[in-house]
Design a protein around this ligand. Structure first.
Ligand code: 4NP
Length: 200
């Protein structure tokens, strides 16, 4: 069944307050409820992992912006969304204050998110691994070894103007990063709707 592969790092968008976790399979409570419901109905959830270097600025921004879009469209229960780092530098750290502040301006909370590192097993678990920049892809491939199923893409490769997401760690400009992330997430969602037949 689908939820057998669930990792503790996954946080499902469709968590509806059921606290009981799956003790047999050790699923995270958030994922267990939604994934079991979908498995019962024969619906395959689409699993997306956003990836950057540290998992404190860009990929958590993409994770929470994308979740917010799915919730506003009423389709969040079809998805599992997460984000992670390729490096170990920031593991366990909370979201960068710049990302937090920018998302709060849009009413998006990043409560509870801490940086985690990409694992080899995430490649089997997720359908899409979306990098913020080209260098992330090199690092992702060091961890996953081979992208045999073509799951690894740059987020803005789904946009009309393929490019890296501006890195606020160096620019200090979280507004520009937010604009890039929103563009990437909107265009990626359009792509998903077209390829997976998702309706409201
Ligand atoms: P992120 O930003 O990859 O978007 O989370 C960075 C975080 C940490 C570092 C670089 C970028 N660093 O060099 O530690």
């Amino acid at each position: 069944m689908m939820h057998r592969k669930t990792t503790k790092n996954v946080r499902c968008t469709s968590y509806k307050g059921k606290e009981k976790s799956c003790s047999r399979l050790k699923c995270a409570p958030q994922t267990c409820y939604a994934q079991r419901a979908c498995a019962r109905m024969g619906i395959k959830m689409i699993k997306i992992m956003f990836v950057c270097l540290g998992n404190i600025c860009r990929s958590p921004m993409a994770e929470f912006v994308f979740r917010d879009m799915l919730e506003k469209e009423g389709i969040s229960d079809r998805f599992v969304i997460a984000s992670c780092a390729t490096s170990t530098e920031e593991i366990g750290n909370p979201v960068h204050p710049g990302t937090k502040r920018k998302l709060m301006e849009h009413g998006i909370s990043v409560e509870g998110k801490h940086a985690v590192q990409l694992q080899r097993k995430d490649y089997d678990e997720y359908d899409y691994l979306l990098a913020m920049e080209e260098r992330n892809i090199v690092n992702i491939k060091r961890i996953i070894k081979e992208d045999s199923e073509h799951k690894v893409h740059r987020l803005l490769d789904f946009s009309e103007f393929p490019r890296d997401i501006a890195d606020p760690w160096y620019t200090g400009n979280f507004d520009k990063t937010y604009d890039d992330v929103v563009e990437g997430c909107k265009d990626f969602l359009k792509f998903l709707k077209a390829t997976h037949g998702i309706n409201q």
